[in-house]
Design a binder for this molecule. Structure first.
Ligand SMILES: Cc1cc2nc3c(=O)[nH]c(=O)nc-3n(C[C@H](O)[C@H](O)[C@H](O)COP(=O)(O)OP(=O)(O)OC[C@H]3O[C@@H](n4cnc5c(N)ncnc54)[C@H](O)[C@@H]3O)c2cc1C
Length: 337
């Protein structure tokens, strides 16, 4: 299994749920393909789970890549300890130059720990690959999209997490199928155990069908300001209220409202971002909007780079003005009829 200097390897750690690869894993495979063609490397997929032989063969057929399936009793649900125990030895043997995984809850939990075990660099939330001379550079954004960093691994091996929405899912089916290796590992855990994964309860509104979405961010300041967002949204028919993850984390809105890589992807006619900084994770979920209006007190907020109308103002001042203006306009319309 060991890679030589001539055939250095890429390993993609696949994430799967209910017997299906996650969209983030498919995007990570496209990322690996780009890296492959840039550096003449070969990609292997590594997948861990309890009974995954069937899935392993499916993936080898679907991708044409060689797949290493690691089976173990403790690998039924993702657990950092059992996954580390399962992955370390096969990855040491494969000796890949790059180990890639989606920048998901699993990926960013696992990647830094794996990097420590394998004495590798760790670069997370990669959005772009570049080459400068012989160096390969990986770009990621920082401070909610205000700056882009280009990073180069400083040791011979790197663990990378790939930001969702940065590469398309691969299309087409390869002519040949990849080779499959199945390994069984005990993957004992001493300190933790995953009992179950529970889906969040979803509320009834439909963000996907809304023509106008008014979204609240951390800049809302407090839950008491939430009626401002709802009142603004109610001015438009077929509208819904969205949120950034920070607003959901604050407990102001249910996670069903969250827009972004770990929330919903939306493409309304109008998207109004209120007090949202514009992190790459948020923008990934709303960049398909036809028109974007952003209200933010910080003129350098990254959301303004994707906005058609940039309003530098306190939302608690601006939104009531818009609502008042609308009602005045609407009532004068009625009177003149
Ligand atoms: C793996 C991962 C996945 C993630 N997935 C998502 C996701 O799906 N969706 C998502 O949204 N985030 C996601 N995040 C979080 C993301 O990185 C940001 O932390 C989050 O988007 C920030 O939310 P925010 O813009 O509301 O808050 P902040 O970044 O705190 O920004 C608040 C903004 O409000 C402005 N502001 C402050 N006061 C006012 C005021 N009175 N009036 C107007 N503006 C004001 C500020 O200038 C600032 O720009 C994810 C992070 C990780 C690591």
């Amino acid at each position: 299994m060991k890679g030589t200097m001539e055939t250095r390897q890429i390993a993609v750690i696949a994430e799967h749920r209910n017997g299906v690869l996650t969209p983030g894993t498919l995007e990570t495979l496209s990322f690996a393909r780009e890296l492959e063609s840039l550096l003449n490397l070969k990609t292997n997929i590594v997948i861990a789970g309890k009974s995954i032989e069937g899935l392993t063969y499916d993936i080898a057929g679907m991708t044409g890549m060689d797949v290493i399936g690691i089976e173990g009793e403790n690998l039924d649900l993702y657990n950092c300890e059992s996954y580390l125990a399962a992955l370390e030895k096969p990855l040491e043997e494969l000796d890949p130059a790059y180990i890639c995984t989606p920048h998901s809850a699993m990926g960013y939990d696992l990647a830094p720990r794996l990097a420590v075990r394998l004495k590798a660099s760790c670069i997370t939330a990669v959005e772009k690959i570049g080459k400068k001379g012989k160096s390969v550079l990986f770009s990621r954004s920082q401070w909610n999209g205000k700056i882009i960093l280009e990073k180069e691994p400083v040791v011979k091996r790197a663990v990378l997490t790939v930001l969702s929405g940065s590469w398309p899912e691969p299309d087409g089916r390869p002519e040949k199928t990849g080779e499959v290796t199945i390994i069984t590992i005990a993957a004992e855990t001493k300190n933790s155990r995953t009992i179950e994964i529970r889906e969040a309860v979803r509320t009834g509104f439909d963000l996907a069908k809304a023509e106008v979405i008014v979204s609240a961010g951390k800049g809302l300041g407090k839950e008491e300001n939430l009626p401002l967002i709802y009142k603004l949204s109610e001015l438009f028919p077929k509208s819904a209220v969205g949120a950034s993850r920070a607003a959901c984390d604050a407990g102001w809105l249910d996670y069903g409202h969250q827009i972004g890589i770990t929330g919903k992807t939306v493409s309304p006619k109008l998207y109004v971002a209120c007090g949202i900084s514009g992190s790459t994770q948020h923008i990934a979920g709303m960049k398909g909007s036809q028109m974007v209006v952003a209200i933010n007190t910080d003129p350098a907020a990254a959301i303004f780079s994707v906005a058609d109308y940039c309003i530098v103002e306190d939302l608690a001042t601006f939104i009531p003005c818009v609502i008042e203006k609308y009602h005045k306009l609407f009532s004068s319309h009625k009177e003149s009829e």
